[in-house]
Design a protein around this ligand. Structure first.
Ligand SMILES: *[C@@H]1O[C@H](CO)[C@@H](O)[C@H](O)[C@H]1NC(C)=O
Ligand SMILES: *[C@@H]1O[C@H](CO)[C@@H](O)[C@H](O)[C@H]1NC(C)=O
Ligand SMILES: *[C@@H]1O[C@H](CO)[C@@H](O)[C@H](O)[C@H]1NC(C)=O
Length: 360
């Protein structure tokens, strides 16, 4: 095993790159080589490079259009992490894919279902032309959290699903580093879409059935946040089970819980802390009156990065055949999460009429 680890570039030098991408990639620096960090401005690219240099001594800053072109032309770059404003990510991802680079794009996958569908048909035509089938992965990380991976297995024990509750009381206040994020405030759906895709991803993964239709009331109460900041929605799954999805973007007492009531038991996944670590408490209550609790610390971002690195290394080895990339990161999964929220937002604008979720 004396092969070189795959070489990647990071586009973006914002909060999430500095607080997640660089530290998490540093922990797996034996698996990957970060060669460039790019930003629109020289200053922020160099600042992020300063943070990353300790673990990736050869990392270089690139900026502006010409810097982006240099990354595209560098044949040693196998994959690119796109961690930019939601409004620009899809265009830049497609540009990289066209150049044959594998892409791990941050969520949300797109700004709307329409943008996602146009992007997908563009991607399919790129795949038909570009040899080596560039991978387009979307980083939403929840599908990689061990709490969800393990809970999905426990679903068999609760028997037929009867009802689902997803309650999200978020904490997007002025202490949160993303609170002043300009692009999130100027994005259709604002924080609801940007944060909400995670909670829908968790729901869809647990229940293993698509959301078929929704009926929602949306409102705007906290004037420090863009509208809407509250969603109360009923939903129905394709398997016939119904549930509620409640999201309050900012509350004083945060709580995030998925609860699935089945004929033979109840499964609950709740955000919490244990021994100073943030993660999820999973509780399974069964018909015999027993409750089993397990705590899983967060590590979804690391798992997702590892999956992408594994995929691009293996795809590079099998250039001629079609490599099956990790399905949990696929662009389609990210687009389906958006479709559910978009349906809720549309229903909210139309006084709660029932809206069918668009099938992507
Ligand atoms: C649910 O409980 C019933 C009665 O106890 C049992 O017959 C059935 O096998 C259980 N189903 C599952 C999925 O565990
Ligand atoms: C924001 O929410 C966090 C988490 O609930 C809390 O610790 C912090 O005090 C809040 N900040 C403000 C300004 O309300
Ligand atoms: C907000 O978004 C619109 C449409 O995407 C764009 O034209 C405008 O420049 C953006 N404004 C800011 C302040 O980013």
């Amino acid at each position: 095993m004396n092969e070189q680890p795959p070489t990647i570039a990071i586009l973006g030098a914002g909060i999430f790159v500095r607080t997640q991408y660089i530290p998490r990639l540093s922990e797996i620096a034996h698996l990957v080589l970060v060669k460039y960090i790019w930003s629109r401005s020289q200053e922020s690219a160099e600042e992020a490079v300063g943070v990353a240099r300790k673990h990736f001594p050869q990392v270089e800053a690139k900026w502006g259009e010409s810097g982006l072109d240099e990354i595209i032309l560098d044949a040693s770059i196998l994959g690119v992490a796109v961690v930019l404003a939601g409004q620009t990510q899809v265009d830049i991802s497609l540009k990289l894919l066209k150049a044959g680079k594998h892409v791990l794009q941050e969520k949300p996958a797109a700004a709307s279902v329409r943008e996602a569908e146009t992007a997908l048909s563009c991607y399919n035509s790129i795949c038909a032309k570009v040899p080596g089938q560039p991978i387009w992965a979307v980083a939403e990380n929840y599908r990689f959290e061990p709490a969800f991976v393990e809970s999905k297995k426990l679903m068999a024990e609760i028997g037929d699903m009867m009802n689902i509750q997803v309650i999200v009381e978020g904490s997007m206040n002025s202490s949160n580093p993303y609170f002043s994020s300009t692009w999130r405030r100027n994005f259709t759906g604002g924080f609801v879409l940007d944060m909400g895709v995670h909670f829908i991803a968790g729901l869809r993964m647990l229940v293993g059935s698509e959301v078929d239709s929704v009926s929602a009331t949306t409102s705007h109460v906290d004037a420090s946040l863009p509208p809407p900041d509250i969603i109360s929605s009923l939903f129905q799954l394709e398997n016939g089970c119904s549930g509620v999805f409640v999201m309050v973007v900012s509350s004083k007492s945060p709580k995030i819980v998925w609860r699935i009531v089945g004929l033979n038991g109840t499964l609950q996944v709740e955000r919490g802390n244990k021994e100073g670590k943030h993660g999820y408490l999973v509780s399974l209550s069964t018909a015999d009156g027993q409750t089993k609790n397990s705590f899983y610390p967060f590590c979804g971002v690391t798992e997702e990065l590892k999956a992408f690195i594994h995929d691009i290394s293996h795809a590079a080895l099998q250039k001629d055949s079609t490599y099956e990339a990790e399905p949990r990161s696929s662009f389609i999964e990210g687009a389906r999460d958006i479709a559910v929220l978009e349906a809720m937002l549309e229903s909210g604008m139309k006084q709660g009429i029932q809206v069918k979720v668009q099938r992507v």
